[in-house]
Design a protein around this ligand. Structure first.
Ligand code: ADP
Ligand code: MG
Length: 276
């Protein structure tokens, strides 16, 4: 792929929003594939017991597969569960199996229950430019583990009514984790998803989000696209399923914007509104 500046050290980006169906998983896998196609080495950590990110990346995650559950609860090294994603060079996945549904409870009685993912990542020796963590739709111990492990939070926001509702709770959790466990954590990125620029509502919500969050909101938004929603059932990201589609191009552009922002290079927004 075309090269982009690589970060000096691994950027660990937590994709979180406790609301379900806002595009967390879709954003995690498509952004990860886009960054890899731009030449980066990228690991997706699937932290949702549903395992949707694993499915979308075509990764086997039936109950016996070594998974992020083993890492969190059994202290298995992360390297022993990471699998390469076929068709996308430089892209890897630590899958989630259904076991993870029990982890929320099992973690409670373990030592350093909030920092088990952080420790696993710190002990992982393969060079990586990005780690993207796909969170479940809740603010429990799995999401807390992600927030302790990361430096950045990426919040996908669906341009609908109530888009901002509930975000206060996530932002308070980010503040709490920053104050007590992880001083470098910050909300670095807001991404507008399923954006339909033809509707008044979408542009009103987008305006509200931009006035609330300012520069954290990416100039690039992700349009609503059937191709994006079809790709997971083929075990593919939209980047390989339909590389020329507006969905694929918008995630490539979002990845470019994130990569440039990370090294302090200003972003030329000429291509920020693909298909939206
Ligand atoms: P979350 O992980 O936050 O629960 P998902 O990423 O699973 O959300 O997305 C919810 C649903 O919306 C999925 O069926 C997904 O295919 C669909 N979807 C996500 N983004 C788009 C988009 N840009 N265009 C069309 N459908 C989308
Ligand atoms: Mg999800």
């Amino acid at each position: 792929g075309e090269g982009l500046p690589r970060p000096e050290r691994t950027r660990v980006i937590v994709v979180a929003n406790q609301k379900g169906g806002v595009g967390k998983t879709t954003t995690t896998v498509n952004l990860a594939a886009s960054l890899a196609l731009h030449g980066a080495r990228v690991l997706v950590i699937d932290l949702d017991p549903q395992g949707n990110a694993s499915t979308a990346l075509g990764i086997d995650h039936h109950a016996e597969v070594p998974s992020i559950y083993d890492v969190l609860v059994e202290s298995k090294p992360l390297a022993e569960v990471v699998q390469p994603v076929r068709d996308v060079e430089g892209l890897f996945c630590a899958p989630a199996t259904i076991d993870l549904a029990g982890a929320e409870i099992e973690l409670v009685s373990l030592v350093a229950r909030e920092s088990r993912l952080q420790r696993a990542i710190q002990a992982y020796e393969q060079p990586l430019d990005y780690i993207l963590i796909d969170c479940p739709p809740s603010l429990g111990l799995l999401t807390v583990n992600a927030l302790v492990a990361g430096q950045e939070v990426l919040i996908p926001i669906q341009c609908e009514y109530y888009a901002l509702e509930g975000l206060g709770q996530l932002l308070r959790n980010v503040d709490l984790v920053r104050g007590h466990l992880n001083p470098t954590l910050h909300v670095s990125t807001i991404l507008l998803t399923m954006y339909d620029g033809r509707t008044r509502l979408a542009s009103q919500v987008a305006e509200e989000v931009r006035s609330h969050f300012g520069d954290e909101v990416l100039r690039t938004s992700i349009p609503r696209s059937v191709r994006i929603s079809e790709a997971p059932s083929y075990g593919q990201t939209v980047l390989t399923y339909d590389p020329g589609s507006s969905g694929a191009l918008s995630y490539l552009e979002a990845a470019r914007e994130i990569a440039l922002k990370g090294v302090g290079v200003s972003y030329d927004a000429t291509h920020a509104h693909i298909g939206a």
